[in-house]
Design a protein around this ligand. Structure first.
Ligand code: NDP
Length: 253
């Protein structure tokens, strides 16, 4: 790997949804910067493969921990595992996310529940599982991956927009709770990034999104990962409760 852009020596970082897409790009930057990395996703095989590839490229300890972030008990077990295996957790990136797009009049209750449970409750579950470890260490960086949909709303995404807006509230509330303990809590809000999540968007919608993006292009997972890595770095020590847009100018607050 090339020269690290951010330094994470001796840090332990957990990335939910780290098996592919934006989460994987962030996990790569952490490992490249010298951190041990825990990759969480439901799919065991993909998480293990990604962990092995990042470990081989970086020479760092990178492990897969397959679970469903929506499952409270599983995330509590994960917290115990991290305490026993590493004794610390410096960085938590709540990046796991799903979409189940449909107009409200056609959206099922299941689609609402699934999206809220994974995107919003999943972030709360994971923060709750590790916050004591961070508080004891009087150090922590939590980065929540929200979306322009949570800031501006997106048609066909009442579930996803609500979950992502909820993550912004969670970010700000938790930032206030733990600021005095050396823990920062911030969010990044990506615009349109080509990944598995957006692969099935209709071409017409993609054109509309690009037309609404001043830079007129999609972003890359790496461009989002750089913002995550910055907020997760020691150097971002006086930034908390913020939402950093990585969206080519789509939402300007
Ligand atoms: P991908 O679909 O490529 O990756 C999603 C990751 O989350 C996978 O690793 C997936 O693994 C994991 N995941 C999904 N559900 C769960 C779950 N219940 N428990 C644990 N892991 C889970 O998507 P992106 O990389 O595009 O998305 C990453 C984040 O960025 C999401 O929160 C998304 O909402 C957000 N975002 C993405 C944008 C985009 O344009 N791509 C724009 C704005 C925000 P598995 O399926 O094996 O569980």
């Amino acid at each position: 790997m090339s020269t690290p852009i951010f330094r994470f020596q001796d840090r332990v970082a957990l990335v939910t949804g780290g098996s592919r897409g934006i989460g994987r790009a962030a996990a790569e930057l952490f490992a490249q910067g010298g951190a041990s990395v825990i990759i969480v996703s439901r799919g065991k095989e993909q998480a293990e493969q990604t962990a092995a590839e990042i470990a081989a490229a970086s020479g760092q300890k990178v492990i897969a921990y397959p679970l469903d972030v929506a499952d409270f008990e599983q995330t509590q077990e994960m917290g115990k595992f991290i305490k026993a295996e590493f004794g610390r957790l410096d960085i938590l990136v709540n990046n796991a996310g799903i979409t189940r797009d449909e107009l409200l009049m056609r959206m099922s209750e299941q689609d609402w529940d699934d999206v809220l449970n994974v995107n919003l409750k999943g972030a709360w579950n994971c923060a709750k599982a590790v916050i004591r470890l961070m508080m004891k260490a009087r150090y922590g960086r939590i980065v929540n991956v929200t979306s322009v949909s949570g800031q501006a709303g997106q048609m066909g995404q009442t579930n996803y927009s609500a979950a992502k807006a909820g993550m912004i509230g969670l970010t700000k509330a938790l930032a206030r709770e733990v600021a005095s303990r050396g823990i920062t809590v911030n969010a990044v809000a990506p615009g349109y990034i080509p990944t598995a999540l957006t692969a099935d968007l209709p071409a017409e919608l993609v054109q509309q999104i690009l037309a609404a993006t001043p830079m007129g292009r999609m972003g890359t997972p790496e461009e989002v990962a750089f913002a995550i890595a910055f907020l997760a770095s020691e150097q971002a020590s006086y930034i908390t409760g913020q939402v950093l847009g990585v969206d080519g100018g789509m939402v300007m607050m």
